[in-house]
Design a protein around this ligand. Structure first.
Ligand code: FE2
Length: 332
């Protein structure tokens, strides 16, 4: 069974192939210069790159479109226009080559590829990306959200701050480079509500002090506190659930400051309790940013588990921009 996965929820147009053994993918990421993600431009970008990415993905595996048995697509959550485009392409391909159509929740795909790539099968998941920041566990029936951002995603905070500080590309990786030479500003806000986080105040504060402190210090202080907040809530969730492993996934998982802080928190836990080593799993970078491989893989697994109940009619498939991960069914 060959599954083609299409990812198009935000800045990335990605296509992957999975046949139960080998997972491959190609993608192209939209990079906005001096502005945020404008939905129309994302749609245009995906349209421009789709056929090339599809051809490269199929050529790499020496496949023809008619070899595809299933089309899995990222149905949500995400940004309207790019989602619409991905859904339209998935519907078209499904009807054109007679392949079944499988809708995949984008957040669930990040988690499933994380489990696949790290080998940690019952983790506490820290899902940190541009649009999402959540602490998630998976039980037999559902993914459970234990805590989440009450306003913006942590990656969104970094992207907007990078632009505010005058970086050419509003991206967390650029901000991380800047933060390396920064010093901590004592008055930086810190806002945790139980197992939830609030990031908007950090951005407001950064804008207010922009002319008073060097950008390096602001970048470092905001990044430091945002991650400290996330790690504090993750620690609470970790103690509550007693999981043996933690996976960090989503685009922000690649950040080395976050990885170091998490590693320290888990080491402290080990020292305090004398318990067995807790595994910290970080999927490889190729699977952490948005990609089509995670959609193909999750679509394949869904079909294995649910059979035709995992499929929808390609003639009536529509995107679900606000599809929460705790609305995904894990039982038929
Ligand atoms: Fe994502």
């Amino acid at each position: 069974m060959i599954v083609l996965g299409i990812e198009s929820t935000a800045h990335t147009i990605g296509i992957g192939v999975y046949d139960g053994k080998r997972l491959t993918h190609k993608r192209h990421v939209y990079r906005a210069k001096g502005e945020g993600m404008i939905p129309r431009k994302l749609g245009d970008h995906h349209q421009q790159w789709f056929s090339r990415i599809l051809k490269d993905t199929l050529d790499e595996r020496e496949l023809k479109p008619t070899d595809i048995d299933m089309i899995a697509f990222s149905q949500g959550p995400g940004i309207g226009q790019p989602l619409q485009f991905g859904c339209a392409m998935a519907r078209y391909l499904s009807l054109k080559v007679g392949a079944k159509l499988i809708p995949v929740n984008h957040c669930a795909a990040h988690i499933e590829i994380g489990i696949y790539d790290t080998g940690i099968d019952d983790p506490l998941v820290i899902y940190a990306s541009g649009g999402n920041t959540q602490l998630i566990v998976k039980d037999k029936e559902r993914y459970r959200v234990l805590g989440e951002t009450l306003d913006i995603g942590i990656g969104n905070l970094f992207d907007v701050l990078a632009r505010e500080l005058g970086l050419e590309y509003g991206h967390g990786a650029e901000l991380e480079r800047l933060a390396r030479n920064g010093r901590y500003i004592e008055s930086t806000p810190y806002s945790v509500k139980g197992m939830n986080t609030v990031f908007g105040g950090l951005l407001t504060y950064a804008k207010r002090i922009k002319t008073k402190y060097p950008p390096e210090d602001i970048a470092y202080s905001v990044m430091h506190n945002a991650f400290a907040m996330l790690v504090e809530t993750a620690e609470r969730a970790f103690w509550l659930t007693g999981k043996k492993g933690v996976i960090v996934c989503g685009g922000v998982a690649q950040n080395s400051m976050l990885q170091t802080m998490l590693d320290r928190m888990l080491s402290k836990h080990q020292t305090m309790c004398g318990k067995q080593k807790v595994r910290l799993g970080i999927p490889r970078n190729e699977y952490n940013g948005d990609n089509g491989a995670m959609i193909a893989y999750t679509g394949y697994e869904l079909y294995q588990k649910f059979g035709d109940k995992a499929t929808i009619n390609p003639k009536s498939a529509v995107p679900r921009p606000r599809w929460r991960i705790d609305q995904v069914d894990l039982v038929p």
